[in-house]
Design a protein around this ligand. Structure first.
Ligand SMILES: [Zn+2]
Length: 411
């Protein structure tokens, strides 16, 4: 699999398995900060000429050439067809973009019931996707390791070039510094699982891990609707509720990655008991468990299988009780979003997970409630969009974790 890269490797420091912060190129070539800025500018605005990049990155043409040439030599970037100069004349500009030959990133999604892995190109194309179910009652961590590494090995076997690294989105609490899993509610065997060390040891590639909702945000930032945004938030709903914040151009993790537990922010004093043991968490009123109970109480058909998609379909079919439940559910989701808006004003929210299935009607209902709950102010217009399909977004996000680290982009 990537023999060509083994014969002509980058300096060893560039993909050392255990380095805290691997760099993309030898730091003796150019400052990594400038390189990160240039590549980030490309991600944010698409194919661009050297002159445009120089302007965007705030550096001169000589510096840009010094940064770009090694990236071209390594087939990280490629030059497109010349674009004729405008009326002002001058040399035709050749836009730079990510090379289809560039080394890919391996994205991994670890959920309680299965592991998925794929290769992600720098253009955000997903390839070589594999999945492996995880045992419901594993005998121990070794069984998890076996399934996990088998899945990743199948994906890596398809890579034509040595991947830049492995990024893992975990459906549970993680320690991003130690690259350990702290706890996964539905898979107790994963508590304390040193996934970073295991994958780095097995595959000899840099590994980054993060919490699933934060990975969604990172995926949106590099490959999705968060491209080029200084401020936005991601909210994920489904069986659980989570989210993440991108503030002033950076992912906000909180101390040791403890931030972003949005599902357990309080919205109802003395509310229902949450699985975390406290009462009135946002998660108790804006997840599928709540929706199923209310659907049963409202007499809707098959309440155990209700989700946003079905709820909208029932409301549109005029089923009694469905439109009211849809509105209440949308309001419950909106309450937490309104709190976030009032606290840090990201102004732009990308919704992921179950509510996406409810389409425009669900998103509009949530948006209307948020606008009702948040006082309007000039420049404070709140907007909404929906993310990629759930699995794709998480895999792109997992890959984005590696990208952020390689570019020394301080997420
Ligand atoms: Zn809770």
């Amino acid at each position: 699999m990537f023999d060509a890269d083994r014969q002509n490797p980058l300096p060893a420091e560039d993909y050392g398995a255990v380095r805290e912060r691997p760099s993309l190129l030898s730091s003796s070539l150019v400052g990594s900060t400038n390189r990160g800025r240039v590549v980030q500018a490309l991600f944010d605005r698409g194919p661009s000429s050297r002159a445009e990049l120089a302007r965007l990155a705030g550096v001169n043409r000589t510096t840009i050439s010094g940064i770009v040439q090694p990236l071209l030599d390594q087939q990280f970037l490629v030059e497109g067809e010349p674009v004729p100069a405008g009326e002002v004349g001058g040399k035709p500009a050749r836009p730079l973009w990510f090379s289809p030959q560039a080394r890919p990133i391996c994205g991994i999604l670890l959920m309680p019931e299965e592991v998925r892995s794929c290769l992600v190109s720098l253009e955000g194309k997903i390839d070589a996707e594999h999945r492996e179910p995880l045992p419901a009652h594993p005998s121990g961590p070794a069984e998890i390791t076996e399934r996990l590494t088998a899945c990743v090995a199948r994906t890596l076997a398809s890579a034509r070039r040595r991947p830049l690294g492995l990024g893992v989105a975990v459906g549970g609490m993680v320690d991003t510094n130690r690259r350990n899993i702290i706890a996964v509610n539905l898979a107790p065997v994963l508590a304390g699982y040193p996934i970073g060390e295991i994958l780095a040891g097995r595959f000899g590639l840099p590994v980054q891990i993060d919490h699933h909702p934060r990975a969604l945000l990172v995926g949106d930032r590099w490959f999705g609707k968060g491209r080029g945004m200084r401020n936005f938030a991601v909210v994920y709903t489904g069986e659980v509720l989570g989210g993440a914040l991108h503030l002033d151009g950076h992912l906000y993790r909180g101390v040791s990655g403890a931030g972003g537990e949005l599902g357990h922010t309080f919205v109802q004093v003395d509310g229902d008991v949450c699985y975390c043991g406290r009462r009135g968490c946002w998660e108790t009123i804006a997840t599928l468990g709540w929706l199923r109970r209310r659907a049963a109480a409202a007499g809707l058909p098959e309440p155990g299988a209700i989700d946003s998609r079905r709820l909208v379909a029932l409301a549109e079919a005029g089923r009694p009780g469905a439109a009211e439940l849809l509105d209440t559910y949308a309001r419950n989701v909106a309450v937490g979003i309104a709190n976030l808006q009032q606290t840090v004003a990201p102004n732009f929210f990308i919704l992921h997970g179950d509510v996406v299935g409810g389409g425009k009607r669900m998103v509009d209902a949530i948006a209307a409630h948020v606008r009702r709950l948040v006082p309007s102010r000039p420049g404070g217009e709140v907007s909404f969009d929906t993310g990629d399909t759930e699995d794709r977004a998480a895999l792109l996000g997992a890959a984005g974790l590696v990208l952020s680290d390689l570019l020394h982009f301080p997420l």
